[in-house]
Design a protein around this ligand. Structure first.
Ligand SMILES: [Zn+2]
Length: 251
């Protein structure tokens, strides 16, 4: 493999109403840095039946009140679904926004509207394409929305990485991956806000390569979706390093 199948749409450049830091420039910067090692695919919108696998009718109606947010959030969730479908063949990446891991069954927040990761996995399970999945969330922030949706679901295991040091970060990922091969799919909610110059102040560019290598080596049916990451000057090089780690694991 010399390029990573990557789901992306110019619709993610839409400046829908949200906080200033979760801006279109995030994905634009990543796109320009990874285009040499990414093979891009346009996602479809997910439909209401996908949303209903994870969210209450009340929450869906709430997001629908802003048609621009609703359409972009459905495109983002559709991007995660597409990345999960691609992972049936091999590793993939979804360069999407808005992020999703703070959206729960009946709440949202933290710049998230719908839970892209939970929707993708539940969609594949509902269609009988996989039976189970392991989600590892390496964003700086706790994936409270994902936890809320998948708790009690014996087919989906959720591990949130929350490490105080770089050493712990890799130890924690290693521990989370111990049984990764026993799952039909391995899924990563990747936030790059753990970066040394971002809010987390923890990881260096090279660390994302190493983390991705560990993940991609643990299960061939592996996909990653973008969650957070707000230090725009280095966001592209960090995602590029992450994708290089996947390519190296698969070579
Ligand atoms: Zn975050």
């Amino acid at each position: 493999m010399d390029k990573i199948p990557t789901v992306y749409s110019r619709d993610f450049l839409i400046d829908y109403p949200t906080v200033d830091c979760e801006c279109p420039d995030r994905v634009d910067r990543i796109y320009s840095h990874i285009k040499n090692i990414a093979d891009f695919t346009e996602p479809e919108l997910c439909d209401v039946s996908d949303l209903m696998l994870c969210h209450s009718e009340r929450l869906i109606n709430l997001v629908q009140k802003d048609p621009v947010i609703y359409r972009t959030a459905c495109k983002s969730a559709g991007g995660a679904v597409k990345a999960a479908e691609l992972a049936l063949q091999g590793p993939s990446f979804a360069l999407i926004r808005p992020p999703g891991h703070h959206a729960g069954h009946d709440f949202n927040g933290g710049f998230c509207f719908f839970n892209n990761m939970a929707i993708a996995i539940k969609s594949l399970i509902a269609r009988g394409l996989i039976k189970n999945a392991l989600i590892i969330d390496i964003d700086l922030h706790y994936g409270n929305g994902t936890h809320d949706i998948v708790r009690g679901d014996s087919n989906i295991t959720f591990v949130n990485i929350d490490s105080a040091s770089r050493e712990d970060f890799f130890n924690d990922i290693g521990a989370a991956l111990k049984d990764a091969q026993s799952f039909d799919m391995l899924c990563c909610s990747a936030g790059f806000d753990t970066y040394i110059r971002d809010w987390g102040g923890l990881l260096f560019t090279e660390d994302y390569r190493k983390a991705a290598h560990m993940l991609a080596s643990s299960n061939p049916h592996f996909f990653t979706i973008l969650e957070g990451g707000y230090y725009i000057p280095d966001l592209g090089i960090n995602v590029h390093a992450y994708l290089k780690g996947i390519l190296e694991a698969c070579s």
